[in-house]
Every structure is written in structure tokens, then in C-alpha cells.
Design a protein around this ligand. Structure first.
Ligand SMILES: [Zn+2]
Length: 423
């Protein structure tokens, strides 16, 4: 029987979009983090991949202010476009006030806990469920008043929250003008079946787009995310999945960006039935995974989905023979789609790198190799100074893309590197 792809596609108009949270949840990883330049590079790569939105940081954290405003400027200049840059704050009026005072952020996620565990374990019973709703709706009202364009409301620990309360909470958020509800499986407690049921209930009762934010404590972050997205789409609303590059994140991490996209594109129940935002492309999957690995200082495991050294390696007789006869025998997708396949050049002889104590000669050599020319000595000295500061932040040799970025947008780079404590 011939199946019609188009028929399946026409059945649903709702799509799944990715909101990457590497620059917010990923950097909350214990003992690991990213420099502001690295966060900026991450935004640029996510934009190149056609990712819908980057949750790019914390608008009430003062050491983020210059980085956030500089990236918002890049958005205005059309460099970070069309990606949406959104900030994450607590769902309290004080945070909305401060976020809109310190930054020019236009999109916000407001977060508050909704589970009994958190009400009694974290807030020690000082807040009732009515208080939670009141704090959240006051924060949403103020964000609206301040001209915030999209407001997402996060239910922290949603997977351990009473479902009726979640429905009420979501309804209130919607009535006050929130665009989306972020269902946070904060501890990775849901499984694909429980999340499906719960999202189905919320989405059909409230009719509001749902964001899935799932952690990997039980090894199911991607599976649970896509099951939740399926429930949202089946209920007739758009779905958004929160991911991080290489699954970085607190404890066992979050849903991995590349795996999530591949799961939607190629798993048997999703392929051609559930549609990922058409802008999404995997052509720099390899590049972004390598960069995140370098920036966080965490190697990619050999068996990591799509980007591990063994993801396309075949050795046993039957498999190697099968893969050579027809790649589809043992591969679900092509390495070329992920931007893999180019040999990597590793310098084995003399190497000049640019760092915080570089001088002008070595620096010129580094930029000559990138075929970047400077107008005059003055410009070269200015870029050199910025490169030194960049290295003070990253504490590792700058990548070619980082060096290119600094030379191309020196004024933005300067803002990113500027940090002045107010105390
Ligand atoms: Zn999280």
C-alpha cells in the first residue's frame, strides 16, 4: 500500500519548535560554565541552525547585563536574526522590574514552582497555591505593561504538581496574556506515557501552546520531550521543546539539541507526521557540538548521538558489509546532513596562538592565517587588545570563529568583555 506523505502532513498544521536553553540552564551546570563570548558564539551558531529561540541568559544578574544588551544589539543589526532571544527570571514583579530596567530584553520566561514538594520543601509552607498564582499573574501583568512581546510562564516541578492546579495555573497565565506554558520536568520524573497524558489534559483544557522542559535524571529527557510535544500537537496546539547542546545542564543534564531534532525527523512514529519548524537545519550540528565540547571542556563521548566518533563507524563484518552495500542498511540518517565528513586539520608543527599576553607580531600571524587584513596599525592594536580581553574571559585559545567575530564586530565585542561590579 502506498502511503501519502502529504496526506499525513496536511492532517496537522501545528509545528514543533526548539527553544535552546544552553545559555541559561546549560550554564547552571555545576562546576562548568561559559564565558560571555562563548555564549555569544552559541547564539550565532543556534541562529545558523535555524533554531527558533535561544534563552540567552539572566536579565537580573548584573554580570550578564552587557552581554545581553550587546547580543540584543546584534539582533537589531540583523546578525542574530531571525532567532528570538529570551531572558529567564523568577515570576515576581521585582524581577520583571529589574530585568526591564537593566536590559532591552523583549521576550521573557517567568518561572515559579507549582508542586506541593516545592511549596512545603522550598517555600516551607509560607506560600499557598493562591499566592503562587497571584505572584505569577502580577508578574505577567507587569511584563505586559512594560511592553514585553512574548511571555512564557514556567511551572517549575510541573511533573510533580497536582494536575488540576496546573490547569488552573495555566488558565490564569493565559488569561493574563502569557503566550506559552513551560511544563518543567525539573527532576526528570516523567516518562513518555505520563507526560503524554498530562500535556494532553493541560493543552486540551486550556488551549495554550506548551513548552516541554525535561531533565535527564532517568535517561529519558529526549523521549519525554518528544512525547510531550506529540501530546500538544495531538491536542491542536503548537509545541516547543527546550534543549541544550550536548545535553549540558544541571545534574544529568537536559534534552540534547541534535538528538531531539533527529528524533522528530527520523523516529518511526514522528517522521513525516509531526513537523519540526521548517527553518531548523542540522548542517552545523557537528560544529556546534564540537564548540560546546571545547567551551565547556567536556569531551564528546564516542557513542554520542550523531556527533560521537562512532556514530557512523562500522567494524563487524556483517555491519560493515551491509553499510557499504546500502547505507540505509545500518544508518538512519546521513553524516553529511550533520555537517560531518570534512577532514579536520590539526596543527602538528609550530603554532602561534592568540591569548591574553600576545604581542602584535604573533597576533598578526594568527589573523594572516585567517586572511583577515587590518586597515592600519591602529586598528590592529585595537583588535589585539580585544583579543587579549577575550582570552582573559575564556582562558583557552580563541577559536577561528571567535577571532573572526572580534575583528568583525569590535564594538560589540568590547561591550561583551566589559564588566564592572557595582559593589
Ligand atoms: Zn532545567
Amino acid at each position: 500500500m502506498k502511503r501519502s506523505k502529504n496526506k499525513a502532513r496536511n492532517k496537522t498544521k501545528n509545528v514543533i519548535r526548539i527553544i535552546d536553553v544552553t545559555n541559561r540552564d546549560g550554564v547552571q551546570t555545576s562546576r562548568l560554565g561559559l564565558a560571555k563570548l562563548e555564549k555569544t558564539m552559541m547564539n550565532l551558531y543556534l541562529n545558523e541552525m535555524g533554531i527558533y529561540q535561544s534563552e540567552f541568559g539572566f536579565p537580573v544578574t548584573r554580570h550578564e547585563t552587557n552581554y545581553l544588551n550587546a547580543n540584543l544589539e546584534l539582533a537589531k543589526m540583523g546578525v542574530l536574526k531571525p532567532i528570538i532571544l529570551s531572558g529567564w527570571i523568577r515570576a515576581i514583579v521585582e524581577d520583571v522590574e529589574l530585568a526591564t530596567k537593566l536590559t532591552k530584553v523583549e521576550h521573557l520566561n517567568l518561572s515559579i514552582s507549582t508542586s506541593d514538594q516545592m511549596l512545603y520543601g522550598k517555600f516551607k509552607g509560607k506560600l499557598t497555591k493562591e499566592d503562587i498564582i497571584k505572584m505569577m499573574t502580577d508578574a505577567v501583568d507587569l511584563a505586559k505593561k512594560k511592553g514585553i512581546k512574548t511571555i512564557g510562564v514556567n511551572a517549575e516541578d510541573a511533573s510533580r504538581s497536582d494536575i488540576n492546579f496546573l490547569i488552573e495555573f495555566s488558565q490564569e497565565a493565559k488569561e493574563h496574556g502569557a503566550e506559552r506554558i513551560r511544563y518543567c520536568d525539573t527532576l526528570g520524573y516523567d516518562d513518555p506515557f505520563t507526560i503524554y497524558k498530562r500535556i494532553r489534559l493541560i493543552a486540551s483544557e486550556v488551549n495554550i501552546p506548551i513548552e516541554l522542559h525535561c531533565h535527564n535524571d532517568l535517561g529519558m529527557a529526549v523521549a519525554v520531550s518528544v512525547a510531550g510535544a506529540k501530546a500538544a500537537i495531538d491536542s491542536g496546539v503548537d509545541a516547543y521543546i527546550n534543549t541544550t547542546v550536548n545535553g549540558m545542564g544541571e545534574r544529568a543534564g537536559n534534552a540534547d539539541l541534535v538528538s531531539t531534532i533527529l528524533a522528530i525527523k527520523y523516529s518511526s512514529g514522528f517522521q513525516n507526521k509531526y513537523i519540526i519548524d521548517e527553518r531548523t537545519n542540522l548542517s552545523c550540528a557537528w560544529k556546534i557540538a564540537k564548540f560546546a565540547s571545547y567551551a565547556f571542556g567536556i569531551p564528546i563521548s564516542v557513542n554520542q548521538v550523531a556527533v560521537g566518533a562512532n556514530a557512523f563507524a562500522h567494524e563487524s563484518g556483517i555491519h560493515a558489509d551491509g553499510a557499504l552495500k546500502d547505507k540505509r542498511n545500518y544508518e538512519l540518517y546521513d553524516f553529511e546532513e550533520l555537517g560531518r565528513g570534512e577532514p579536520e586539520i590539526i596543527e602538528t608543527g609550530r603554532m602561534i596562538t592568540a591569548g591574553e599576553y600576545s604581542g602584535i607580531k604573533g597576533f598578526r600571524n594568527v589573523y594572516d592565517r585567517l586572511e583577515i587584513k587590518f586597515k592600519d596599525e591602529k586598528e590592529a592594536c585595537k583588535i589585539l587588545e580585544l583579543v587579549r580581553y577575550a582570552n582573559v574571559h575564556t582562558q583557552k585559545p580563541l577559536t577561528n570563529d571567535e577571532l573572526r567575530f572580534i575583528a568583525k564586530y569590535p564594538d560589540i565585542a568590547k561591550k561583551i568583555f566589559t564588566m564592572t561590579p557595582l559593589v
